[in-house]
Ligand binder design. Structure first.
Ligand code: SOE
Length: 392
């Protein structure tokens, strides 16, 4: 183990780059990390934009050639926050160059890429490198707490899982054709972007794999104005129209390895729902529910309580005994969306310093990708039940 700071290169600097920058900046300030963090360099296609991002988000330098950066002896960790079409190439190059890697979700745009990435990560692991996928919501304290309670047996045997991630940013038909609506850049639409989160969350909190799915994908608005300027989530329309080549909504049912039946809903057309991720677990002994729009709380139903006292109660996950909370404010003070990104850095740095493997590994990212791929195949085959190939 070395005491030198971990020198981080972040490739990309859009919305996720801002969120990851907050994580890299806050983690060493709020938590006692075993290694210092050096926010060494942010990389973008345009040198001027990368330099602006570096200044704004607190990176020491900026560059426009990611290949040179991932090979550089001055870099220990590569953090990938680009659209999915470049995840595989950058992650594999970085792992081959001996770097630790954090890669935004979903792991890749296709199953083949994800398989290649997981194989390279496995070999890199033998050399002591870590590779982690950015399923950040695992690190919302209430979600980690939910996982711990389920592992303790609080809900008992699980019969049902209901998971939904509903947003509404595409309801406006004039919203332009951003990269997130183009298959060659995003891989899929609501399925891979937000469906991936709920698949990962279900597998994480239950400890069970999704083994088979029956799915339906829908593109609700097939053509949109070309984008003149903007990001993946907003922008201004230019001249002409283009085809939307991804799904706007993905609905699927799934069977879990422990026998539960799960429902999944991922849509960008849920009018009024902004970041509506919800998950409810129904078991023999009780139930637990989490909603991202109320992220400091869990709902808990205890079926073993006396009959006249049964009912959903609310656990505020804001106490020192709760996951990650000891690093923050006095008991009772709330956290938000960005804190998960800080907790992600805390766990990554601890894993690098101790030589352990931080979850979710690339293998876990691959397992989510298998589910996404099976949903697409199922939809293609008239919603036929389709195996994910994952039995773990
Ligand atoms: C857009 O749907 C998005 O920004 C996702 O890409 C993120 O992963 C999620 O955190 C919020 O919504």
């Amino acid at each position: 183990m070395t005491d030198s700071p971990l020198r981080v290169a972040m490739i990309g600097h859009g919305f996720m780059g801002a969120a990851h920058s907050v994580g890299w900046r806050q983690a060493p300030r709020m938590f006692d990390l075993p290694r210092a963090v050096d926010m060494a360099v942010v990389v973008g296609r345009r040198a001027d934009a990368a330099a602006e991002a570096a200044t704004r988000w607190g990176w020491r330098g900026a560059a426009d050639d990611w290949r040179a950066v991932v090979r550089s002896d001055e870099v220990d960790v590569v953090d990938i926050v680009t659209p999915g079409d470049s995840h595989a190439e950058i992650a594999i190059a970085a792992l081959d160059a001996g770097k630790h890697v954090l890669c935004e979700k979903p792991l890749a745009n296709s199953l083949g890429e994800a398989e290649a990435m997981a194989a390279v990560a496995d070999r890199a692991r033998e050399r002591g490198q870590v590779a982690m996928v950015g399923f950040t919501y695992r690190r919302v304290p209430a979600v980690t707490h939910m996982r711990d309670l389920i592992a303790e047996g609080v809900v008992g045997r699980i019969a049902h899982v209901r998971a939904a991630y509903r947003q509404d940013w595409l309801v406006d038909r004039d919203m332009p054709l951003a990269w997130r609506l183009q298959r060659e850049h995003a891989g899929s639409g609501a399925l891979g972007d937000i469906g991936a989160h709920i698949v990962d969350m279900v597998q994480f909190v239950t400890g069970q794999a999704v083994t088979a799915v029956s799915g339906t994908l829908e593109t609700i608005v097939a053509r949109r104005p070309l984008q003149a300027a903007g990001s993946g989530l907003q922008g201004t329309a230019g001249e002409g129209y283009g085809d939307v080549t991804v799904d706007d909504a993905a609905l699927f049912t799934g069977r879990l390895s422990g026998g539960a039946l799960a429902s999944f809903e991922a849509t960008r057309f849920a009018t009024g729902r902004k970041n509506g991720l919800e998950i409810e677990i129904s078991g023999e002994r009780g139930a637990l529910r989490f909603a991202l729009e109320d992220l400091n709380a869990l709902e808990y139903y205890d079926r073993t309580a006396p009959e006249d006292r049964q009912g959903f109660s609310r656990i505020l996950v804001t106490e020192g005994a709760h996951p990650y909370l000891s690093g923050w404010w006095p008991p009772g003070h709330m956290l938000g969306y960005e804190h998960g990104f800080t907790h992600q850095v805390v766990d990554l740095v601890e894993a690098i310093a101790t030589g352990t493997s931080p979850h979710p590994t690339f293998a876990e990212g691959l397992s989510v990708q298998r589910v996404l791929d099976a949903v697409e195949r199922s939809d293609h085959d008239g919603s036929r039940w389709t195996s994910t190939g994952d039995e773990a």
